[in-house]
Design a protein. Structure first.
Length: 659
């Protein structure tokens, strides 16, 4: 399947990775005969993965101070299994840095990947006490709250993306209880050395906005007999009759909706049954899509289904997947008259549940944006395959509820300038619903192409044109990447690699589908690191150049690496120039990195960082230092200076691209 190298944790091996025809991928492997059989096979897979990692500490980036714990086992379409493994370091749980293990059809070990570049090596003794951390977390939360749980220690090893180069560090994990309408618990991570609140995230996955009306029209829904001549919907509860749900608090008891007949709702939100019909129908369509098209029996790949709670809370313009309850909650809008139970929104929230049982993406950074994008993709795909004339399939998210729409995958920034059309190094710090549109845009381009679709042309970030492969193939690639290759702290650039591995599995390396994935990611500015893509015959855009010249970096010296010659470059759209570096070094804080333009203009990409002791500089930098009037044609040079004696390094390559 995959082979490891000293430079990258894992790269695509030459040739096909379990190349399957589309029909075989759709059919999927034969499922175990019973839940007990599946449990036994999962346990065997976990044991095999742990035994394999125990004998490969260098590949797994583990040390004797760590204990590995299986998180999930996913059966692949080829009969192999993906085992995701978490870490506990000196008795402290680790956020991010997990290991994705691939087992073959015969159950044997094939490969392992981790986002860590070296084994964990840090103290687990906090310099800041728990009481101080709690106060810092409440201050960072910055809203009314009803208190916080006593902090617990963790190691934050999550790769947030954006070239952050974060070293794993000890944190206090503080859970603050919010009091705003529909608000759940929020995790705040406080650096246990400095006392600074690093980042925070909510425990629930949400879709926010304002809206209108009942969405699905006259549809078939599942009923269950409740006895005594009553019926109730299979997977829906209501909070409409809860005695306290109108006082701006999330309290009360959810009830099953019952009816004396099998004719539910009146098509208006004034009848509590109408929104319940929408929720039941949307959930059924999502399960049908997952099982019929992708071969997965819902969230848990079993007969178990998640409950959907409608009419939740008062004046709550939202819907959410709540991990603690493993259920979906749906509000009625700011005026309590517009249920959020549309096909794409329910599908979006159900997909958050699926993500929690597969890649288990961590909150914060680019992985959370990818979580939201994954939910957008399969919410939209569920809507397409439902083929409901009351809510036609499209690439708009929430359009039946919000009056307009929440996100447009074809042209994200046309809806709101907060939404990202293209990747930039600031994406890791953005609201995940805003950064999600980078991957939304990639999916649209892959499915429909950049020109000629019935929805109109889709603008790309650098003039790259993309040919469509169809949404079913695009979704199959995404699903394969989600269930088989995504790491818990996935970044956009690593997800590019994951989708290329998935495209290789399904359609073959350098197939038309593989090359379309390459171009679609390039079109949203997610450019590959040196060595990660196969060298197919897809011509790069004229505003993208790559150097693979290997250059040694002298101790306390300067080196000029791999001059790149640009010709025929179009008029630039912005002053942004991006440089991606693949530099091995034993103390990256010593390095100064500069880009020299054809006219001699020099931009500093990175200054030395005293005390930054982490290894390697695999990062993307953005420079604003080159005006629009400057001609991009000519020779560009990367200059790297090691400012301190005692550490060695090598430039493996670098890329240049501009908008």
């Amino acid at each position: 399947m995959r082979q490891t190298t000293g430079l990258l944790v894992a790269v695509v091996a030459c040739g096909s990775l379990h190349a399957l025809p589309a029909s075989a991928a759709d059919a999927g492997p034969e499922k175990p005969a019973s839940a007990a059989d599946e449990a036994a096979l999962s346990t065997d897979a976990e044991n095999t993965a742990l035994a394999a990692l125990a004998g490969r500490p260098q590949q797994a980036r583990t040390s004797e101070a760590e204990r590995l714990t299986p998180l999930s086992v996913v059966l692949g379409p080829d009969g192999g299994r993906t085992v995701r493994v978490g870490r506990v370091y000196r008795g402290v749980p680790v956020i991010g840095g997990g290991i994705v293990v691939q087992l073959g059809q015969d159950g044997g070990f094939e490969s392992a990947e981790s986002s860590l570049t070296a084994p964990l090596a840090l103290s687990t003794v906090p310099a800041v006490d728990a009481v101080t951390a709690l106060a810092a977390a409440v201050e960072r939360f910055g809203r009314p709250n009803s208190g916080a749980r006593m902090p617990s220690l963790a190691v934050d090893a999550a790769a947030l993306g954006g070239g952050q180069n974060r070293a794993p560090h000890l944190v206090w994990d503080v859970v603050v209880r919010g009091t705003q309408s529909g608000e759940g618990d929020t995790h705040v991570l406080v650096n246990a050395t400095t006392g600074k609140a690093d980042r925070m995230w909510g425990e629930e996955q949400t879709f926010a906005g304002t809206g209108h009306g009942v969405t699905s029209g006259p549809v078939a829904v599942n009923n269950l007999s409740a006895g005594s001549g009553l019926y109730h919907l299979a997977d829906v509860r209501t909070w409409a009759n809860s005695p306290c749900n109108k006082d701006k608090r999330s309290c009360g008891t959810a009830q099953l909706l019952t009816s004396t007949d099998t004719d539910w709702g009146n098509g208006a939100n004034t009848d509590p049954q109408s929104a319940a019909v929408d929720a039941q129908y949307a959930a059924d369509r999502w399960y049908s899509y997952m099982n019929g098209r992708l071969g997965r029996m819902g969230i848990w790949d079993s007969a178990r289904k998640a409950m959907v709670n409608v009419h939740y809370d008062h004046a709550w313009a939202n819907a959410s997947w709540r991990m603690a309850q493993e259920e979906v909650f749906v509000g009625d809008g700011a005026d309590d008259a517009r249920s959020y139970a549309s096909e794409d929104i329910i599908g979006h929230e159900m997909t958050h549940g699926l993500v929690s049982q597969t890649a288990a993406l961590v909150r914060g950074g680019e992985s959370e944006g990818l979580n939201e994008a994954t939910a957008d993709v399969f919410g939209a795909m569920s809507e397409f395959t439902a083929d409901n004339p009351w809510d036609n399939g499209d690439y708009l998210i929430g359009e039946k509820v919000l009056g307009a729409y929440g996100r447009d995958m074809r042209d994200p920034a046309s809806v709101d300038i907060r939404y990202f059309d293209c990747w930039t190094p600031t994406a890791w710090a953005a609201d995940p619903h805003d950064s999600a549109t980078i991957a939304d845009h990639f999916f649209y381009l892959l499915a429909e192409g950049s020109k000629g679709s019935i929805w109109g042309n889709s603008p790309t970030c650098n003039g790259v044109e993309v040919s469509k492969i169809g949404r079913d193939k695009a979704a199959a690639i995404w699903f394969r990447a989600l269930t088989t290759y995504m790491a818990e702290d996935e970044t956009f650039h690593r997800f590019r690699t994951s989708t290329l591995w998935a495209a290789t599995d399904l359609y073959g390396e350098c197939s038309a589908e593989y090359k379309a994935v390459q171009r679609a990611w390039t079109a949203v500015n997610v450019i590959h690191q040196i060595g990660e893509d196969a060298k197919c015959d897809t011509a790069p855009p004229v505003n993208y150049k790559e150097s693979t010249t290997v250059t040694a970096i002298p101790q306390k010296g300067t080196v000029y690496s791999g001059a790149l010659s640009v010709s025929g470059a179009p008029q630039p759209k912005s002053p942004n120039v991006y440089v991606t570096t693949t530099i091995e070094h034993t103390f990256r804080g010593d390095l100064k990195v500069e880009l020299i333009a054809p006219n001699g203009t020099t931009a500093v990409l990175k200054n030395p960082e005293p005390g930054q002791s982490a290894d390697n500089l695999f990062a993307t930098f953005r420079s604003f230092g080159f005006p629009l009037t400057m001609n991009r044609n000519g020779t560009w040079i990367l200059r790297v200076t090691d400012t301190v004696d005692g550490d060695a390094g090598t430039i493996r390559g670098w890329t240049l691209h501009f908008e």
